[in-house]
Design a protein around this ligand. Structure first.
Ligand SMILES: Cc1cc2nc3c(=O)[nH]c(=O)nc-3n(C[C@H](O)[C@H](O)[C@H](O)COP(=O)(O)OP(=O)(O)OC[C@H]3O[C@@H](n4cnc5c(N)ncnc54)[C@H](O)[C@@H]3O)c2cc1C
Length: 327
């Protein structure tokens, strides 16, 4: 694969700023572009967020490309795939990098199928391998292990970078002054097969950005005890999270689920009460600086990840912690 252009792809859907994960994707894009001598593009579908060009420059982007069309104003997978495929046809990027989120999970594999590109989801890195070709590292089996894929054999690749896989690092050589280019793609014939009938609740602070998270699991015993998690989170100035079973059982909203199929977080403090520490849960919190676990089973897997462990009944320990935190 000859790498002449690396394109980081995003859309902000009028949220005011660049979506979370853009800076991480740009950091990876800059690293690959520098290693291969490629140009780094930032492709924006829809309107350009205010901070877009300045941020792109800080992360060493050479060109900011934009596709603007009424069909891209709201998230619509068919139109987005069509626009991206049109971009690939015109610009032939060797590597398209997405920040993995609910919407890019839908778009990235479909784009790859559409343009005949290889695709790697859940990526945590892309780097030059020993043979001089690119390799993508991705987490697999719920974060239990990592796979390394050689990016060879296809003309182009689509890579979705997992949330919090790396820390954003502005370009080493100082900021660039990227030029802005408008890319024309005809979307008039796009037939949208999926219709958004209701937007998910997104207001309020996000678990992904929280510095302190207190999470509860099935060990809480029942939905009535989840208030202990909320009270401790509030007393510590943090947010309340949850393991998947208590979301599935309807104790809390799915927006609070931490883990592989929930939110990927990187707080300074993650306090887990009544959570066993299954790999799928830990995939969403193991990047926390400090993990504190409360579990009545001294052999619970979560203690392998925890900096501090409290062996005991969380229904007794949580009220004590709430009292102490409120003082
Ligand atoms: C494809 C896939 C994706 C998944 N994605 C996710 C995900 O995103 N997030 C997620 O969380 N899970 C996910 N899971 C589920 C995951 O495998 C586990 O089943 C889940 O994390 C377990 O939740 P839990 O720890 O709350 O419950 P349990 O495994 O039932 O553990 C409860 C823990 O509480 C302890 N306990 C019990 N009573 C008390 C008490 N009174 N005081 C203190 N401790 C007590 C027990 O010792 C036990 O360790 C996924 C699974 C699959 C297959």
């Amino acid at each position: 694969m000859e790498t002449k252009t690396v394109a980081v792809c995003m859309w902000s859907l009028g949220q005011g700023g660049l979506p979370v994960g853009t800076e991480e994707a740009l950091t990876l894009g800059r690293k690959v572009a520098s290693a291969t001598g490629a140009r780094l593009h930032l492709l924006v579908l829809g309107s350009l967020p205010d901070d877009c060009v300045e941020t792109a420059g800080r992360f060493g982007v050479d060109d900011v490309d934009q596709i603007e069309d009424a069909a891209l104003e709201a998230f619509s997978p068919d139109a987005y795939v069509e626009a991206l495929a049109g971009y690939c046809q015109q610009e032939s990027p060797a590597l398209m990098i997405f920040s993995q989120a609910a919407d890019t999970r839908v778009v990235a594999p479909r784009l790859a199928g559409r343009v005949g590109a290889g695709v790697v989801m859940n990526a945590v890195d892309v780097a030059l391998g020993e043979g001089g070709g690119l390799q993508a590292t991705a987490s697999a089996y719920g974060g239990d292990t990592q796979m390394v894929y050689e990016l060879s054999g296809a003309a182009s690749y689509v890579v979705a970078l997992s949330a919090n896989a790396l820390l954003p690092e502005p370009a080493e050589g100082g900021a660039t002054q990227p030029g802005c280019r408008s890319i024309q793609v005809d979307l008039t014939g796009t037939n949208e097969r999926i219709r958004v009938i209701e937007q998910a609740r997104t207001e309020g602070p996000r678990l992904e950005d929280a510095d302190i998270i207190v999470s509860g699991g099935r060990g809480l015993g029942g939905p009535e005890n989840y208030k202990l998690i909320e009270q401790l989170a509030e007393a510590l100035g943090g947010l309340a999270g949850a393991s998947r079973p208590i979301v599935d059982e309807g104790w809390v909203d799915s927006s609070q689920q931490v883990g592989l199929t929930g939110k990927i977080t990187r707080p300074a403090l993650y306090l887990a009460a009544g959570i066993s520490g299954a790999s799928q849960h830990m995939a969403g919190c193991s990047a926390a600086k400090t993990i504190v676990a409360i579990n009545k089973d001294p052999d619970a897997a979560i203690f392998r990840y925890a900096s501090y462990g409290l062996v005991g009944d969380c229904l007794e320990i949580l009220p004590e912690l709430i009292r102490a935190a409120r003082q």
